[in-house]
Design a protein around this ligand. Sequence first.
Ligand SMILES: Nc1ncnc2c1ncn2[C@@H]1O[C@H](COP(=O)(O)OP(=O)(O)OP(=O)(O)O)[C@@H](O)[C@H]1O
Length: 631
Amino acid sequence: MDLKKIKGIGSRQADKILSNFGSEKEFIEAVQNYEVDRITSIEGVSQKKAIQIINTILGNPSKEFLKTDQAVQVYDDIIERILKFANTKYCENRILLMSPLKNQKSIMENIDFVMKAKHFVVKLPLDDLRSLLKKIDSLEEPKPLYDPSNAILVETRDDYHQLIDMGLNSYCPIITGDELENPEDFEFIVYVYSEGLMEFESQNIAMVNNSSEMYEIVPEVVLSYYKKNYPIIKNALKIKGILGHDSILGDVIEIIDSLESDDIDEAIFEDAVESSKRKADLKLKEAIKKVDLKGDEILDLLNEDMPKKIQEIFDEVITEARKEVRENTGCSFDPFIQKYPIEIDNEELERIKKQEMSKKYVNAHEENVKAAQTLSTMKPIVEEEIHEILLFDYEFALGCFAHYYNLNPPELGNGFSFQNGIHLNLALENSIEVQKIDYTLESPNNVVLLTGANSGGKTTLLETIAQICIMSQMGLPVCASKARVKIVDEVYFFSKKRSLDAGAFESFLRTFMPIVTLDTDKLILLDELEAITELEAAVKIISSFMDFISDSNSLAVIVTHMAREILKYTDVRVDGIEAKGLDENYNLIVDRTPRMDYFARSTPELILRRMYEKSDDNKLKNIYRQVLEKF
Ligand SMILES: Nc1ncnc2c1ncn2[C@@H]1O[C@H](COP(=O)(O)OP(=O)(O)OP(=O)(O)O)[C@@H](O)[C@H]1O
């Protein structure tokens, strides 16, 4: 595989690209799977370049097929229009990779694929799907998040190095027994044992055998991937639901949802104890107010001995407060010191907090390991399901494109003809009355002149022909009710929009004249050569050109206002778009479908009259009138 042969790729960049893929085989696989993102992730490779690399390697001949800038523009315009229906990056890339093909079987397969999509998208809730698909992307491997409050404890140097090799030191510190001063310095420790010789009093330690899987030591290696991609998975599940497909994603979401949140809430202990203390203080105050003390009981009190009546009140209130704390925290302990107001035993509170948190961390670790184990086996299926959705977006985009533009499959064959053809620009137009067009171009009249009214739609027709030809070869249905299209090797389109720079004529000749020397089947569309050179020269060039190619398998339509003169030199069919006049709103009355074998005049006077009638400027109106009088 010699990447350097691709235009614009230097040898350093080629080496860099290949080395990023590990092996050439892996690179080719990525190309065959259209993995544009993987290629653009290499520094210095733009999306355009990645597309070019893939297209070149896959042998897609868009450059050899689209021979002029204007032909490329027609192709780019088609791609732009399809891109509007893409929701995901993946789909965008796939659309950018669509190029004209020459293989009839591949073209037909693609057309079938798009037509099937066109028919099924109408049954779907398009807007809902679109907004969900916009939230889908390829799944991402998150970067590890380092948490210094946890640690992995190992017994041997070998284990230490093994865990480093696994990359687990990117999640938390890995320490040996000698380095561990006090286990309580960490919130939670995973003790990866080989002999299990170390013993600890603290309870914040989970024991895991040194031959365990990575996710048994640090479940985050699996869980973080699912947490990062959670929104994508959740939206993908909704899409699967709409499409009525079975999916494993519901199970995935359930598992992630069932996991306790990362930050276990330490404040619940303080909050519970504090609020029970406040209630208890109030109760004490109310109860003690009602107590009637006798003389000896008062003496007891003065001697700091609790009279029985008061002791009973304390006992009852504190017991109740402890019960409430247990209900709210789930653990039973005694954080209250018998005084008025009641005091909180902070040492006891801290002890219990630590003990409970340790238990929670150990339990959460166990639960996380269980979840990670299940989720790690699900990963290939999850990835496949997301990939299916990305593929679906490609199909969906093409289906929507074909649906909105009402495209129909062309037949592949000899010659070129279509019925009810519409330029893509006009296909979605509601504001003007669009006329559908029929046209035929085939042997022996494979080379024709197109004449006709100014603003009659000649340029639009040339572009429509180019669109139908290029779309067919891209494997797309076309904007016509019926079409028969010949597969060609090359498309030459010289539109009137070409540059009028100095040297325009010369550069035109440089591309145009070699056409006759090539033994390929071509579609040639030429719009008013007389716009860039003398009329007489244009007549001679066009007539000679037509003679050269009329015996070939190529097809050509040449728009000109000089048909009569050209016919003096050569004999070809002339088609005409005729304007009959102006309607009451000064719009051209014109049949946009060319009449075959028919000279149509340019009728510039109609356009002049329209300008005259519509002009608000009296001076200018007068000028138009004087010009019109000369006709
Ligand atoms: N089939 C059609 N239905 C409705 N409007 C059309 C159709 N074809 C062309 N038009 C409109 O007519 C106008 C003139 O079209 P276009 O530029 O193709 O004419 P033209 O014959 O090339 O003109 P000129 O000879 O003056 O360059 C454009 O605004 C175009 O949108």
